[in-house]
Design a protein around this ligand. Structure first.
Ligand code: SAM
Ligand code: MD0
Ligand code: SF4
Length: 361
């Protein structure tokens, strides 16, 4: 059988509600021929349409502390980079930023920080729990928390304070590569974050970086492992080299590698949330990611507030191109519309009800 015919057979399976094998996932990840890429992206869109019609969700991003005790090789905010912008937002600023994002129409506030020693050292996480409580008291939309890796006993407290989601990306599920990317961090402790979050009744997001030295088989294994993990949001983001880091001169992979990964994620996780992050190519990268099957726009950042992105710490922020207003125009042109908040709330409530308090691996 020629390659076109065998790819068509694989693409038919998710359309019929069937699961893909690891080998099939890897075959799809290897597609680079223009015609087959079109078929892959079309199938991903078709499947997204079945579950979400043309509706997308928007996540506001509040990077409230850029201090970090870790030294991840890929990250601009690693502790040994003296050039990184460091700030900590005050309570008033966090409330103001979260409220203005809510008013602008996002569905979720993603509260993100480096592993700020002030919060992480000592192990009690009182300040983090207080921040969640404070934001929950002041906004009426769901809250995601991306604080790095934290102890098991803190998850319940975060849920009680009002968190809905916990995001913590493994970056890779290849243990040797993990060691190089996140030196002196424990692979199992980081992987457990997602399970501990779900055990406590939180929803969890898992993610990988594309172009950090992984092979197609690694990507395929990650996509499959995320299925077994039963997380509700999954992401792939292209690695963007950062000045003054050990990986500053690594050759990043082409964006097509991320787009293919997103499309295959959609085929394996048909009903899940898959972000198109503005943090990689800014607003110009939105259409290709939606075209590949993503259904959430993340890293929406209010302009002129001294807030940073992660992979692109300045791109498109201060001219307002990462604002809801700008995104809404783009979505209109692309034939998408912003889902009502009530749709989002009932979607995640349904997931929480199904999971109960006992999601396990
Ligand atoms: N400090 C917390 C942590 O590491 O889990 C929360 C921050 S989280 C927003 C940082 C994520 O951004 C990383 O897990 C990684 O997936 C992504 N990231 C960081 N630097 C990046 C880069 N140079 N290129 C692409 N993605 C990057
Ligand atoms: C994003 N810059 O969505 C954000 C960040 C953390 N939960 C999300 C990586 O691209
Ligand atoms: Fe710190 Fe997160 Fe950056 Fe690693 S990825 S250096 S933990 S901010």
């Amino acid at each position: 059988m020629n390659i076109d015919a065998s790819v068509e057979i694989i693409l038919q399976k998710p359309l019929e509600g069937k699961q893909l094998t690891l080998t099939e996932i890897e075959t799809l990840l290897s597609i680079r021929d223009t015609h087959l890429l079109e078929r892959l992206f079309w199938t991903a869109r078709e499947i997204r349409e079945q579950y979400f019609r043309n509706k997308v969700f928007l996540y506001g991003f509040v990077y409230f502390s850029t201090y970090c005790r870790n030294n991840c090789s890929f990250c601009f905010y690693r502790c040994s980079n003296p050039e990184s912008v460091r700030y900590r937002k005050s309570d008033e600023e966090i409330i103001e930023l979260s409220s203005s994002l809510q008013d602008s129409g996002v569905h979720v506030i993603d509260l993100t920080m480096g592993e700020d020693p002030i919060i992480h050292n000592g192990g009690r996480y009182r300040r983090l729990i207080d921040i969640v409580q404070m934001v929950n008291d002041n906004v009426d939309i769901p809250i995601m928390l991306s604080p790095g890796a934290i102890p098991h006993n803190i998850f319940n407290k975060l849920r009680e304070a009002g968190a809905d989601w916990f995001a913590c990306y493994q970056e890779t599920h290849n243990r040797n590569l993990f060691k190089r990317l996140r030196p002196n961090q424990d692979y199992d402790f980081r992987l457990s974050q997602k399970m501990w979050a779900m055990e406590s009744g939180l929803l969890a997001e898992e993610g990988i970086m594309v172009g950090v030295g992984e092979c197609l088989h690694d990507r395929a294994r990650s996509i499959e492992l995320m299925k077994n993990l039963q997380v509700d949001q999954i992401r792939a983001m292209s690695f963007v080299p950062q000045n003054n880091t050990p990986m500053a001169h690594d050759t990043p992979s082409l964006f097509i590698d991320e787009l293919v990964t997103l499309a295959v994620m959609r085929l394996v996780h048909p009903d899940k949330l898959i972000p198109a992050s503005l943090d990689i190519e800014g607003i110009n990268g939105l259409s290709s990611r939606l075209n590949a099957g993503a259904n959430v726009v993340t890293s929406i950042i209010p302009p002129q507030q001294g807030l940073a992105g992660v992979a692109q710490h300045e791109l498109d922020i201060d001219d307002g191109s990462r604002s809801v207003e700008q995104i809404e125009n783009n979505l209109d042109d692309l034939g998408f519309s912003i889902a009502p908040l009530s749709d989002y709330v009932s979607l995640i409530q349904g997931w929480k009800d199904v999971k109960g308090n006992g999601a396990t691996l």
